[in-house]
Design a protein around this ligand. Structure first.
Ligand code: GLU
Ligand code: MG
Length: 466
C-alpha cells in the first residue's frame, strides 16, 4: 500500500457515459439517488432507466425537513425545517455502483443542493467536502474499519439470533460464515471496492472486513456501500447483519475505527508522500501528525457526539471494551481513543496513520470524518502538542495516575456528548448554523425517545436500523 487506492475513480464525463452503458447493457431498471441522514441512515429516491439522463443534473426533489428527522422518523421543530421548502438530491457520477444484492438496481451517492444548485448547508457530504477544502494543500486519506454482527434471523425485541458462536479469529468462524463472506467479497469486488482483510471478531456472530484506504470522500462513500452491501447480501441469504454498536445487552461492541493520514499529492511523476510519517521518530510520527493528534484530543468530548452518535453508542464506549474510552493516544493502545498502529514492515512510511478508535457505525461517516479533519487541522494551525503517548493499559492505572498522565474522561451518554459538542465553539462554527441547530435537536430527540421506549426496544431499534 505505497499510496492510497483511488478505487478506479474516473473523470465525471467519462463516468456518465460509462453509467449509461452499464445501465443499458445490464438491464438496470432502477437507479437510487441516496444520501446519509444525520442519524447515519442511508435514504433516497430512485429514477427509472429512461429518466436517468435528464435527472443527472437536475436531481430529485426532497423536502428540506427530511434532514430534521429523528431515528424514529419524527421531524424535529427546528426553524426553517417544516412543511415548506425543497432541496435536490444530485448524484455524484463517480460514486455509481451496481447492487449485486438487488439485481436490476444501481445507486449513486448524492449531495443535497439548493433548488438553485448551490451547496446546501445541511448536507453532510458537503460538510466533508468543506473539511477537505479546509485541509488546503494536504490530501486527506482515510479508511473505516467496521465490525458487524451476523444473525440468522431479523432481530425482534429481546431476541438476537446470532449466526455463529465462534471465537475471535477462530478458523471455525471462517468456515461457519464462509458462504456468506465469499458472496460478500465477490459483491464488493464487483462494485469496485478493494477489500484488504477479513476475520471473525471477538464476540459471537461478530465479523470484520476492511477496505483499502482511499481519498477521504471516496473512503466515506466506500464505507456507505460496504455497509449496504454487507446488509443486503445477508438479507438476500435470509440472514441479518447489523452494525449497531451493541446490538444486545452484554455483547462486545461493533466499532468503526477511522484511519487518517495527510499526504502531499503526487506531482510530475513523483509519488504521493505520507506527511504523517517520520521514520526517525519513536512512534514513526511527524510533527504534523502530532499536531493533528493534538487537535483531535483538544476536541475529543465534542467530537464524540459525531463519532458516537447514538444512545446505543455508549453501551460500547466503556473501559474494557477496546473501544478507546480513554481520552489519550498511544502506540497500539487499544483502550486509547486514538491508537497509533505500529507500521507494517516493508511499508513503514505508507502504513503510518492515526486511528480514531471511538468511532462507530451510528456516526454519519461524512460528518464524523469532516469533524475529525477540522479538529486535526485546528491542531496543526495552533501547533497543539498532544503530550506524551500513553504506554500503559489505562484500566491498570489509578484515577490519580490517569490524571497525572493527562488522560481525560469522555462523555458517558449521548446527552453528555451533545452538551460537549454545544460547548465546543470551534466544532459548532465549522458545522455552520443549520447543522449546529439540527444535529443537537435530533440527538436530544433520540435521547428522549429511547428513554421512553425502554431498554429492549432501544437495543432492538439500533439492531434493525443499523
Ligand atoms: N470491538 C472493538 C470496538 O468496539 C474493537 C476490537 C479491535 O478490533 O480492536 O471497537
Ligand atoms: Mg476489530
Amino acid at each position: 500500500m505505497a499510496s492510497p487506492d483511488s478505487n478506479g475513480g474516473v473523470p465525471a464525463a467519462e463516468s456518465r457515459a460509462r453509467i449509461q452503458r452499464i445501465v443499458e447493457q445490464e438491464d438496470i431498471e432502477l437507479i437510487r439517488f441516496l444520501w446519509v441522514d444525520h442519524n447515519s441512515v442511508t435514504r433516497g429516491k430512485a429514477v427509472s432507466r429512461q429518466a436517468l439522463p435528464g435527472r443527472m443534473d437536475s436531481g430529485i426533489g426532497l423536502a428540506r425537513s427530511r434532514q430534521a428527522s429523528s431515528l424514529l422518523d419524527l421531524g424535529q421543530p427546528v426553524p426553517g425545517f417544516d412543511a415548506v421548502g425543497e432541496v435536490r438530491l444530485v448524484p455524484d457520477p463517480d460514486s455509481f455502483v451496481r447492487l449485486p444484492h438487488a439485481p436490476g438496481s444501481a445507486a449513486m451517492l448524492c449531495d443535497l443542493l439548493t433548488v438553485d444548485g448551490d451547496p446546501w448547508d445541511a448536507c453532510p457530504r458537503t460538510f466533508l467536502k468543506e473539511a477537505l477544502a479546509a485541509a488546503g494543500e494536504y490530501q486527506v486519506v482515510a479508511a473505516f474499519e467496521p465490525e458487524f454482527t451476523l444473525c440468522s434471523t431479523q432481530p425482534s425485541p429481546g431476541v438476537l439470533d446470532l449466526f455463529d458462536d465462534s471465537l475471535c479469529f477462530d478458523n471455525e468462524g471462517f468456515d461457519a460464515a464462509d458462504s456468506y463472506t465469499v458472496d460478500l467479497l465477490r459483491a464488493l469486488r464487483f462494485q469496485g471496492l478493494t477489500v484488504e482483510t477479513y476475520h471473525p471478531e471477538f464476540g459471537a456472530g461478530q465479523h470484520e472486513m476492511t477496505l483499502r484506504h482511499a481519498p477521504a470522500l471516496r473512503a466515506a462513500d466506500n464505507y456507505v456501500w460496504q455497509r449496504a452491501t454487507t446488509r443486503g447480501t445477508a438479507r438476500r441469504k435470509g440472514l441479518w447483519a447489523t452494525f449497531a454498536p451493541v446490538p444486545a445487552p452484554g455483547m462486545r461492541g461493533n466499532g468503526n475505527h477511522a484511519h487518517l493520514s495527510l499526504w502531499q499529492p503526487g506531482q510530475d511523476g513523483r509519488p504521493p508522500v505520507n506527511l504523517f510519517a517520520d521514520p526517525s521518530d519513536e512512534l514513526g510520527l511527524s510533527t504534523l501528525a502530532r499536531h493533528f493528534i493534538g487537535g483531535l484530543l483538544a476536541h475529543l468530548p465534542g467530537l464524540t457526539a459525531l463519532t458516537n452518535a447514538s444512545v446505543n453508542s455508549y453501551h460500547r464506549l466503556r473501559p474494557g471494551m477496546w473501544a478507546g474510552a480513554f481520552g489519550a493516544y498511544g502506540l497500539d493502545n487499544r483502550e486509547a481513543a486514538i491508537r497509533i498502529p505500529t507500521r507494517l514492515r516493508g511499508d513503514e512510511t505508507g502504513s503510518t496513520n492515526v486511528e480514531v478508535k471511538i468511532c462507530d457505525s451510528t456516526a454519519n461517516p461524512y460528518l464524523a470524518l469532516g469533524a475529525l479533519i477540522h479538529a486535526g487541522m485546528d491542531g496543526i494551525r495552533r501547533g497543539l502538542d498532544p503530550g506524551e503517548p500513553l504506554h500503559a493499559d489505562p484500566n491498570r492505572l489509578s484515577a490519580d495516575e490517569l490524571r497525572r498522565l493527562g488522560v481525560t474522561a469522555l462523555p458517558r451518554t449521548l446527552e453528555e456528548a451533545v452538551d460537549a459538542l454545544e460547548r465546543d465553539e470551534f466544532l459548532m462554527s465549522v458545522l455552520g448554523p443549520a447543522r449546529a441547530a439540527l444535529y443537537p435537536a435530533i440527538k436530544r430527540a433520540d435521547v428522549r425517545d429511547m428513554k421512553e421506549l425502554g431498554s429492549d426496544s432501544e437495543y432492538f431499534t439500533h439492531a434493525v436500523r443499523f
